[in-house]
Design a binder for this molecule. Sequence first.
Ligand code: WQD
Length: 341
Amino acid sequence: MSTILVTGGAGYIGSHTVVELLNAGYQVISIDDYSNSTPAVYDGIEKICQKKPLIKEIDCTDKLLMSKCFQSNGKIDAVIHFAASKFVGESVEQPLRYYRNNIDSLLTVLELMEEFGVGKLVFSSSCTVYGQAKSLPVTEESPIVPATSPYGNTKQICEEMIRDAIAVTPLNAISLRYFNPIGAHPSALIGELPQGVPQNILPFITQTAIGKRKQLQVFGNDYNTPDGSCIRDYIYVVDLAKAHVAALSRMMANEQKRGYEVFNLGTGRGLSVLELVRAFGEATGVPIPFEIIGRRAGDIEQIWADPSKANRELGWCADTPIHKVLQSAWSWEQRLNERCG
Ligand code: WQD
């Protein structure tokens, strides 16, 4: 029974991945500082899986507490590192907090993995490393251009740190470049838990649908896209979580073709903001009022993935239809509303 240390395990993607890891039979140690999550997430995980991970409240930049975690929980076979700040717009306003949290947390994890002889890492990277790609869809060989946000830059720097560490240590790693994760577990027992005003579009849409927000503000319709709004590759968070189990299995079975591999995790389809808004109304029967305002700093115009390498090498595909994904987000928002009253 392999033991996986998951940092950020109470977070949006982390919690959905913990569910898939537990269901796949792994022992899981989940670390989170609850800066963008809450311990109640683990109750949802337990209801889904009939078991919980070993839970630790730790800030990943706290090397002393992290060292104790590596020391006192038996052999750790691999690490999945999610813990990071993740909002593009927020990172433009608070760059130093993003550099401190995202770089420092990975540095701590890499140093302790070397110290304790843990040789397998799955890293939560991002399509933002591509910046505004000149040709689409982006493949893993698409050029890494200067990021348009501090968030994207932290992910570029983290990937370089991993690459350099692998060159001189027995570390093996897989970086998973996520496109835009959306939706919630079909049980509606876990999902996205934005703190305050949602930064990402889908929780803002669902909060508008439930009446918590008056209307959606669309950040610009003067982009060089068919309807003028930005295009993204929206991927179901459960499909994304399953990709982490596939990547881990690849490492545990020593099937990696090289010590460091990178995979795009997207659907391969781009959707504009206005198309997403329309699709939500069609999928749920709840139309979303919106107004067009100015562009958001840090946003790129359009990006979507060529996921064929992950499809081929990981035997994985993001195949959940968008209307089911949007319905899952809406069910989660309704469940949240019932609970919070
Ligand atoms: C999507 C589109 C906004 C809010 C996310 C994650 C990031 C990374 C990539 C993993 C943009 C528009 C948004 C709103 C809007 N994923 N929008 N009104 O910025 O693409 O980044 O995916 O690493 O971690 O944050 O996602 O949902 O913020 O924005 O018009 O109220 O929706 O301009 O075009 P983004 P997002």
